[in-house]
Design a protein around this ligand. Structure first.
Ligand code: C2E
Ligand code: MG
Ligand code: MG
Ligand code: MG
Length: 281
């Protein structure tokens, strides 16, 4: 019966799977062309000091405007880039681009660049990062690499060694989307992190679920004890900002302050006397 069911299931779902697979192949093909044609763009979103609301850095976020599909979200194409190995040239391009851009920003402002777990499979990751720093002339202390919990879960020993070598270049490591994966809290002690980015699902639940506030409070406290900065992602309301400030959160990021914008807009922001969100908050 199981076999018959299996066969029936396969027949029912084959056309749908086929369409999904074809869509994926088309996306892969277009992605290759886009990388070759440099049809990608890097947007930047300010990271803000929770107390002073001054910009401490900006996160580099990939943007792809597809000729027919329109805007394709990184959530849709990063996984394809990871599976096809295209993440290597794409990741190198983003990092080089972001470092060159940030070298022109005010001296205290950092740039944060996302690294995919797949990039840790490249034997030359550390060399690639060192080259991006050298070629841009960016002070390594101004570069922050964002990694996810996945990096700690796979190839743990090898990846730990890579993180130490990256940090030896003088840059900082942030753990992204904290609280969404399966990493245990003990990783915070074992891995060399400079910053914890609390996932925006926790920020969104602030004031709605008592447990979210308790978790955020606990992570901030843990960070303080370990000497790790905490940043809350996805801050959209003044109430969330007030709660985070009250909890002693170090930095905030979200639409309340600024959406991800093109490099030219960030440059205009730095040229202004005060940040537009300072008056509002
Ligand atoms: P992430 O690293 O956690 O980046 C933050 C995401 O939250 C961004 O989505 C940003 O636009 C969004 N965001 C910021 N503030 C708010 C807010 O107040 N509310 C809401 N609802 N969202 C907010 P985006 O740009 O779509 O990127 C999605 C993910 O794609 C990123 O999550 C990151 O994991 C990945 N990604 C983006 N660029 C790159 C890249 O250059 N390399 C790699 N490996 N991954 C990237
Ligand atoms: Mg990130
Ligand atoms: Mg994040
Ligand atoms: Mg996130």
């Amino acid at each position: 019966a199981a076999k018959a069911d299996g066969r029936r299931t396969r027949r029912l779902f084959e056309p749908a799977m086929d369409a999904a697979l074809q869509n994926r192949r088309a996306l892969e093909c277009d992605l290759r062309a886009a990388i070759a044609a440099e049809a990608m763009e890097v947007y930047y979103q300010p990271l803000v000091d929770a107390q002073s609301l001054a910009v401490t850095g900006c996160e580099a976020l990939l943007r792809w405007r597809h000729p027919e599909r329109g805007f394709v979200s990184p959530g849709a194409f990063i996984p394809v880039a990871e599976e096809t190995g295209l993440i290597a040239p794409l990741g190198e391009w983003v990092l080089g681009r972001a470092c060159r851009e940030a070298a022109g920003w005010p001296a205290g402002v950092r740039v944060a660049v996302n690294l995919s777990p797949a990039q840790f499979r490249s034997p030359d990751l550390v060399g690639m990062v060192a080259r991006a720093l050298a070629e841009s002339g960016l002070d390594p202390a101004r570069l922050e690499l964002e990694i996810t919990e996945q990096v700690m879960l796979e190839e743990t020993t090898a990846n730990l060694a890579v993180l130490h070598r990256l940090r030896a270049l003088g840059l900082r490591i942030a753990i992204d989307d904290f609280g969404t994966g399966y990493a245990s809290l003990s990783y915070l002690r074992a891995f060399p992190f400079d910053k914890i980015k609390i996932d925006r699902s926790f920020t969104a639940a602030l004031g709605r679920e008592a447990t979210a506030g308790a978790i955020v409070q606990a992570v901030i406290g843990l960070g303080a004890t370990l000497g790790i900065t905490t940043l809350a992602e996805g801050v959209e309301t003044a109430e969330q900002l007030a709660a985070l400030r009250g909890s002693g959160c170090g930095e905030v990021q979200g639409f309340l302050f600024c959406r991800p914008v093109p490099a030219a807009e960030i440059r205009r922001l730095f040229a202004a006397a005060a940040m537009p969100w300072m008056a509002a908050a």
